[in-house]
Design a protein around this ligand. Structure first.
Ligand SMILES: [Zn+2]
Length: 70
């Protein structure tokens, strides 16, 4: 399952789809904005998520599943 998802993500990014990047550019999973600072951060299930603003982080913390599954 895990590997299928990984290869799917690879395929999509080759096609130019926007996939949540691991390294440099961080995307706020709540509003979809690029995040340049790593001050607002939540670790969830081994992944780090970054937020543009406190209210986005709060929303994510309340119900992370909604935003991860998008
Ligand atoms: Zn945001």
């Amino acid at each position: 399952m895990e590997n299928r998802i990984k290869s799917l993500i690879k395929k999509l990014s080759r096609l130019g789809y926007h996939v949540r990047p691991k390294n440099n550019t961080k995307i706020d999973p709540v509003c979809g904005m690029k995040v340049s600072s790593d001050l607002l951060k939540t670790d969830y299930q081994g992944e780090s998520y970054f937020f543009c603003a406190e209210h986005c982080k709060e929303q994510f913390d309340k119900d992370p599943e909604i935003y991860i599954l998008k």
